[in-house]
Design a protein around this ligand. Structure first.
Ligand code: B12
Length: 630
C-alpha cells in the first residue's frame, strides 16, 4: 500500500489549510485540536509484537542491559528528533508502545494507534531485534491511517533501507545516525508541501512503487547543538502530553532512574562483531570519522541530568577516543564542575593512575565498564576489542581499585569469533583468578551472556562471515523478522560459528553462568541462597529449552498445543530474567531523584520553555510562516 502522492497531498492540505487559516475551521473544537494535535508520533515497538500471547523463551538475550527481552528501551535519538522539531514549533510525541504493553496487560496497542491522528508516524528500527514489532506496528498504522506516511529510521533501518521499502506498510526510510535536521526538513515538506526529493538522507516510495534514494549528504561532524539524549524534551513532554508511561525508557526506570550521555556518534574501534564499529558506521551511516561531542557539551548534559536524577550517569563510549587534548579538556572541566552523581565510564583501552586518579578526584563516585568478551588474548585481538594483554587489564583493575572505584563491571561473551566451549568456561576460571588476586574485592562484578539474538548487520563478521568463522542463518531483514517468532532463543540465534553450534552456545552460556554464580559465592560476592536461586533458574531454563526442542518434533495438533501451553506458563513464570537478576546490573544508589525544591525549579523552567515554544514557535508554525532548516 504505497502512499499515493494525491493521498499524501490531501492529508497534508486538509491539515494545513485549516492550520494556515486559508480555510475556515469547522469548529472551534476542531481548530483547537489542530493547534494542539501531534504532527509526528514516534512509536517504539516491542521486539515481538504479540509477545504477550506467544510465550517465547527469550533466555538471557537481554540479561546484561536494563530492558526485558521486549527491548522496551527506545533509542535516545527519538528524544533528539522530537526536541529539535519542537524547537521549531512541531508537536512531537513519543509513544513507547513496548513499555505500555509490558507494564499493562490490558493495554490495547491497536486501539491506541487507531485513535492517533498525526501528520506522520515514525517507527524506530534501530535495533534489529525490533524487526517483528516494528513491522507489525507499521501494519497497524496503515490499517487505521492508510493516508498517513510511515517513516522508519535507526541503524537497522539505514542498513536495510531498500528491503524495508519493499514492505507495503513503509513509505520512507530516514538514513543515518544524525537525522534531526533531515527530519525537520521532511516535516516541513509534509506540512508545507515541499518536495521530498530535497530532503537529505531520505529514501522514499512513490505511489507507483518507484523508490527514490536521495543523496546521503547529512553526516554532521559536529553535533554539539543537541543534548544527547534530550531529557528536557522528555520531561517537558510529560507535562505537555500528560503521559509518563509513554516516555519511560525501561521497566523499572522509575525505581532506578539511571541515565546516559552519548559522548560521540560513531566509533574509532573496529570490533568484528559490532554493528556500531568504525567500518559499520562507514557502511551504514556514511560516516568516516566519529562526531565527538565537546567536553563543554558533555558537562552541560551531566549538570542538566543532575537537576532531576540522583542515579548514576553512564557515559557511552570511551572519552579517550577523542584524543589527548579532548580528554585533557574533559578531565579539567570535570574537576571544576559541581558533579554530584556517580559517573560510569566505559574503557576501550587499559587505564592507569593518571586517568583514573583524575576521575576519582573530580567526582564523588565512579564506576567502570569493560567489555572484555574473553580472557583469551588471541581471541580479543581477532575481535579487535581491548586487544591488549591480560597483564594490562589486571593493572587497570588494580589502579581502579586503588583509586577508589565504586564498581568494575567486566563483561564476557559467548559466540565471538573462533571461541570454543573450553574458552567460554576458561573465562569463568579467569574470573576466579581475578577474585583470588584481588582478595575477593566485592567491587569486582562479572557478567557472561551470549552474543544474541543476532549478529549485527554491518559488522565485519556479518559482512565477511567466512573470514571470522561464522555461518549465518539470517541475512535479510525478513530472515531476522521471522527468526524472532522462533520458540526459543536458540532457534532465534542468527548464526553459529565453526567452533560452536547453536546448541553449544546455549549449553556453554548456561554452564558458564552457573559456574560464575558458584565462583561469586565461593569468594563471598553473593551469598549461598542467591547462588542457589541462580542455579535453580538456570536448571529450569535448561529443562524448558530441551522441552521446546522435543516439542518441535511433535506433529501439529491438540497434544502439541497443550504441551506448548504448559511450556508457555513455565516461561512466563521465569520472565523477565533468565540468568542474571537485573539488580546485579545496578550500581547501588542512595537517592533516586533530586530534592523536591530542585525538581520544582526544573518544572518551572520547563513550563517557561513550553510557553515560549508555544507562543513563538507553535503559533507561528500553525499560522503557516515557513522557515528554512538550519
Ligand atoms: C548506547 C547503546 C546502547 C544503549 C541504549 C541507549 C539508547 N536508549 O539509545 C544500551 C546499552 C541500553 C543498548 C542496548 C542494546 N543494544 Co546497543 N548500542 C549502543 C551504542 C554503543 C551507541 C548507540 C548510538 O551511538 N546511538 C546514537 C545514534 C546512532 O542513534 P540515536 O541517536 O539513538 O538515533 C539516531 C539515529 O539512529 C536515527 N533514528 C533512530 N531511531 C529512529 C527512528 C526514526 C523514526 C527516525 C526517523 C530516525 C531514527 O535518528 C536518531 C537521531 O539522529 C551502539 C554502538 C555504536 N557505536 O553505535 C550499540 C548498538 C546500537 N546496540 C546494539 C544492540 C544489538 C543492542 C541490544 C539489542 C543488545 C542486547 N541484546 O541486549 C540492546 C537493545 C536495548 C533495548 N532497545 O532495549 C547494536 C545494534 C545492531 C543492530 N543493527 O541491531 C549496536 C550497533 C552495537 C552493539 N552490538 O552494541 N545499546
Amino acid at each position: 500500500m504505497p502512499l499515493a502522492p494525491e493521498r499524501l497531498a490531501s492529508a497534508r492540505s486538509d491539515h494545513m489549510e485549516v492550520l494556515r487559516g486559508s480555510r475556515r475551521p469547522e469548529s472551534f473544537k476542531a481548530g483547537l485540536s489542530r493547534l494542539f494535535g501531534r504532527d509526528l508520533i514516534l512509536l517504539h515497538p516491542p521486539s515481538v509484537y504479540d509477545f504477550r500471547k506467544r510465550g517465547i523463551m527469550f533466555g538471557p538475550i537481554s540479561d546484561v542491559i536494563p530492558s526485558t527481552p521486549v527491548f522496551e528501551m527506545y533509542p535516545m535519538g527519538l528524544t533528539t528528533i522530537a526536541g529539535r522539531l519542537e524547537e521549531e514549533g512541531f508537536n512531537v510525541e513519543i509513544v513507547n508502545i513496548a513499555y505500555r504493553m509490558l507494564s499493562d496487560p490490558g493495554y490495547d496497542a491497536e486501539a491506541e494507534i487507531a485513535k492517533l491522528a498525526p501528520l506522520a508516524f515514525g517507527i524506530d528500527l534501530h535495533w534489529l531485534p525490533h524487526a517483528h514489532g516494528g513491522i507489525e506496528l507499521a501494519k497497524l498504522v496503515k490499517k487505521h491511517h492508510p493516508g498517513t506516511p510511515v517513516i522508519v529510521g535507526g541503524l537497522s533501518a539505514s542498513y536495510y533501507y531498500e528491503e524495508l521499502l519493499g514492505y507495503p506498510w513503509i513509505d520512507m526510510v530516514m538514513r543515518g545516525d544524525s537525522t534531526e535536521t533531515p527530519m525537520l526538513q521532511l516535516m516541513r515538506a509534509l506540512r508545507f508541501g515541499g518536495t521530498l526529493a530535497d530532503v537529505p538522507n531520505l529514501a522514499w516510495k512513490a505511489a507507483d512503487g518507484t523508490v527514490t534514494v536521495n543523496p546521503f549528504s547529512h553526516v554532521p561532524s559536529q553535533i554539539d547543538d543537541i543534548p544527547l539524549p534530550n531529557y528536557s524534551y522528555v520531561m517537558r513532554s510529560v507535562l505537555k502530553y500528560g503521559s509518563l508511561a509513554n516516555v519511560v525508557p525501561f521497566e523499572d526506570w522509575l525505581d532506578y532512574p539511571i541515565t546516559a550521555v552519548l559522548t560521540s556518534r560513531g566509533c574509532t574501534q573496529d570490533c568484528s562483531i559490532c554493528g556500531g564499529s568504525r567500518s559499520a558506521y562507514r557502511k551504514i551511516c556514511n560516516r568516516t570519522r566519529p562526531a565527538f561531542r565537546s567536553p563543554e557539551t558533555l558537562i552541560a548534559d551531566i549538570l542538566r541530568i543532575q537537576e532531576f536524577s540522583k542515579a548514576p550517569i553512564f557515559l557511552v563510549h570511551d572519552i579517550r577516543q577523542g584524543g589527548k587534548a579532548h580528554t585533557e579538556r574533559f578531565l579539567s572541566l570535570l574537576a571544576q564542575a559541581p558533579i554530584e552523581n556517580e559517573l560510569v565510564f566505559e574503557l576501550f583501552f587499559p587505564a592507569g593512575d593518571e586517568y583514573l586518579g583524575r576521575i576519582a578526584r573530580a567526582v564523588p563516585r565512579f564506576s567502570l565498564e569493560m567489555t572484555l568478551e574473553t580472557h583469551v588474548e588471541a581471541l580479543r585481538r581477532l575481535n579487535g576489542k581491548l586487544a591488549c594483554s591480560n597483564a594490562e587489564i589486571e593493572a587497570t583493575i588494580a589502579s581502579a581499585l586503588s583509586n577508589g572505584v565504586n564498581r568494575i563491571d567486566l563483561f564476557f561473551m559467548v559466540g565471538i569469533p573462533r571461541q570454543t566451549t573450553a574458552d567460554v568456561l576458561g573465562s569463568v576460571d579467569y574470573c576466579r583468578s581475578l577474585l583470588e588476586r584481588f582478595g575477593s574485592d566485592k567491587r569486582l562484578w562479572f557478567f557472561i551472556a551470549p552474543l544474541g539474538p543476532f549478529l549485527d548487520p554491518g559488522s565485519q563478521a556479518f559482512e565477511h562471515p567466512e573470514r571470522y568463522g561464522y555461518r549465518l542463518f539470517c541475512k535479510s531483514f525478513e530472515d531476522h523478522r521471522q527468526a524472532l517468532t522462533a520458540p526459543s532463543w536458540k532457534h532465534m540465534l542468527s548464526f553459529e560459528t565453526d567452533t560452536m553450534t547453536r546448541d553449544d552456545i546455549v549449553a556453554a552460556t548456561y554452564e558458564a553462568s552457573a559456574r560464575l554464580a558458584r565462583a561469586k559465592r565461593d569468594y563471598g560476592i553473593i551469598d549461598a541462597a542467591t547462588c542457589r536461586e541462580v542455579e535453580a533458574r538456570i536448571a529450569t531454563a535448561r529443562a524448558v529449552m530441551s522441552e521446546i526442542d522435543d516439542l518441535e518434533q511433535l506433529p501439529e495438533g491438540p497434544q502439541r498445543d497443550a504441551r506448548f501451553a504448559a511450556v508457555k506458563r513455565r516461561v512466563e513464570a521465569m520472565a523477565p530474567r533468565d540468568v542474571h537478576a537485573k539488580e546485579w546490573l545496578k550500581w547501588p544508589i542512595r537517592r533516586r531523584f533530586a530534592t523536591l525544591p530542585r525538581l520544582g525549579k526544573t518544572v518551572v523552567k520547563l513550563l517557561f520553555a513550553e510557553s515560549y515554544l508555544f507562543l513563538f514557535k507553535r503559533l507561528r508554525l500553525v499560522l503557516g510562516r515557513r522557515a528554512t532548516a538550519r
